[in-house]
Write a protein that binds this ligand. Sequence first.
Ligand code: SF4
Length: 367
Amino acid sequence: DLGLPSLPRTPARRPTRQLHVGKVPVGGGAPVSVQTMTTTLTADVDATLQQIAEVTAAGCDIIRVAVPSQDDADALPAIVAKSKLPVIADIHFQPRYVFAALDAGCAAVRVNPGNIRKFDDRVGEIAKAAAAAGVPIRIGVNAGSLDPRLLAKYGRATPEALVESALWECSLFEEHGFQDLKIAVKHHDPATMIAANRLLAAACDYPLHLGVTEAGPAFQGAIKSAVAFGILLGEGIGDTIRVSLSAPPVEQVKAGCHILSSLGLRPRKLEIVSCPGCGRLQVDIHRLAGQVEAAFDGFPHALRIAVMGCVVNGPGEAREADLGVSCGNGKGQIFRKGHIIRTVPEHKIVETLLDEALRLTDAPAPQ
Ligand code: SF4
């Protein structure tokens, strides 16, 4: 016995108020949810619903749609009626679209009351209508849209400026007795975003939506988001996440789900354990791992599959997984639940793993 302390596998969550985005609870100990935004024209109902169906299949919990025009507002009832996910209407400047979103049955609205007050002071009416509909409001402060007053005070979008702006926006609703709020403070720089969310977590008990905004192309953006969310969620901060990538929404959702499952905050679906390769490599491991990943895309069961490049670590990892292959001499030794079940030529590895996975889980063959 080394006397090591027993540490929790998943971080304790910061206590917050809880709100409901339709059927999805956010904050107050609820599971961390994944969300994204559609990139279709919201007014194109069929295309928007198609995209919502794709992200639903990928594990998304909440969908947000932009509402920049009357045509988009007019499309909301049809989208809400057919979407399997609760729909958040994302609105800037136009109070009348907020009322349209509430009438359409949207599960939440993203709006910044500072904008509304500037152009058409109907914050009180919005608070009253949202309260009557039981609909929460998300306040989002981005570095790029920081209040000019705070930009002047702080000189740039510092964590303090972002937090002051968010809390001021909240106060405009609180003045009307409305507190069914969640907050997002976003920045493209993970370190600034982390500092801002830590400050915000200390200053209020609203649920927090995490996002590294404009995180970049898929690879860079996923890393920036994973680093920022990993640190914050590891400290218990964050109740819903959106990975913003210059990539299709379904990729954003997959990245968000991977981040949560890596932290033990969401059950893992398929996990591929594959080696990076080294001078002992006896197979094109990068290609093989990619082929296995493609073959199992959308596989509905939680399996761990090890794809290993040689006999040094291969048998050990393959034995630990539900299914595994250890490669060498143009062949693959196939493991199932810790036992070698057969050896197949290299070109049969992927189909053998898939066959065995189907046998193990009784899953239907992927289309
Ligand atoms: Fe190198 Fe073999 Fe380890 Fe892969 S499994 S990294 S090839 S030692």
